[in-house]
Design a binder for this molecule. Structure first.
Ligand code: AMP
Ligand code: MG
Length: 257
């Protein structure tokens, strides 16, 4: 950390922040201690925090045909990381419409809730209206933020196969895995939502494995990382994972603080 005397206030610039070529400064972003933080311009105008819940059985492995039953996304805009709008829908599963007791217990989602919900393709139409309303992935650049690779790489892929639809283009482009970003930015081991929150002295708000609560906590972590100067570059991709699984695993190992 260095003091940069060229600005009016006493600005502390972290080593990571200095590497960016594109900085903007806001006096509205002062810390309680009066230190002005410098926020970097993000590579995307908007981010969609995303975390699905899916049908499951106790011990169900990688080949289990999980069907998406909850689809929550929080839209944040990248100059403030404030929430713009939430899209949240439950989804009715088709091949196994009756939820297991394990699944209901894990996710807190009831049979009645999914029974009266749209199918996945029907829900996607509503979601695409939401994307269209905000011109996301079109006039306005956007990237998903997930906790780990599973939501898009596994659950969306499996669901599109089950629904016999092509994977939408916005789910076929790279996204931000916040676990990877977090471990690289803070130079620590990869950790889950609880582990990431604990860095800021925070506890999980709500119910774990409720998609909407998971995604709200994800948005809290994203905002804290942004306040610390993180750049939300995409770091996870579909085909690369399959091709470079071993090398990615090696890269994931980093020093403990
Ligand atoms: P999460 O985002 O961690 O709440 O998990 C997403 C989905 O992964 C859940 O809705 C389940 O379908 C599946 N899942 C999570 N944890 C387990 C578990 N312990 N056993 C089986 N499936 C799980
Ligand atoms: Mg979840």
């Amino acid at each position: 950390m260095i003091n940069n005397k060229s600005f009016e206030d006493n600005i502390i610039i972290s080593d990571a922040q200095q590497q960016s070529s594109s900085l903007f400064i806001s006096k509205d972003n002062n810390d309680d201690d009066g230190v002005m933080k410098i926020k970097k311009e993000q590579p995307f105008q908007y981010y969609l925090c995303f975390d699905v819940e899916a049908t499951c059985e106790k011990g169900g492995g990688f080949d289990y045909k999980n069907e998406i039953i909850e689809f929550p996304t929080i839209l944040i805009e990248s100059t403030t990381f404030e929430i713009v709008e939430i899209f949240h829908s439950y989804v009715k599963p088709s091949i196994k419409p009756i939820l297991s007791d394990f699944c209901k217990e894990l996710t807190g989602i009831s049979q009645t809730t999914v029974d009266v919900s749209p199918s996945f393709p029907e829900m996607l139409i509503e979601f695409q209206e939401f994307l269209h309303k905000h011109q996301l992935f079109y006039e306005n650049t956007c990237a998903f933020i997930t906790d780990g690779p599973w939501d898009i790489r596994d659950f969306i892929r499996k669901q599109c196969t089950i629904s016999q639809i092509d994977r939408p283009s916005y789910f076929s482009i790279p996204w931000v895995d916040i676990r990877i970003l977090f471990s690289r930015f803070y130079n620590c081991e990869r950790t889950n939502i609880d582990g990431m929150l604990s860095r800021y002295g925070l506890e999980f708000e709500g119910r774990r494995h409720s998609g909407i609560d998971d995604v709200k906590n994800l948005a809290i972590i994203a905002k804290r990382m942004w306040e610390d100067g993180a750049i939300f570059e995409v770091n996870e991709d579909f085909p690369k994972w399959k091709e470079n699984k071993k090398s990615r695993k090696r890269r994931g190992k980093c020093k403990k603080e």
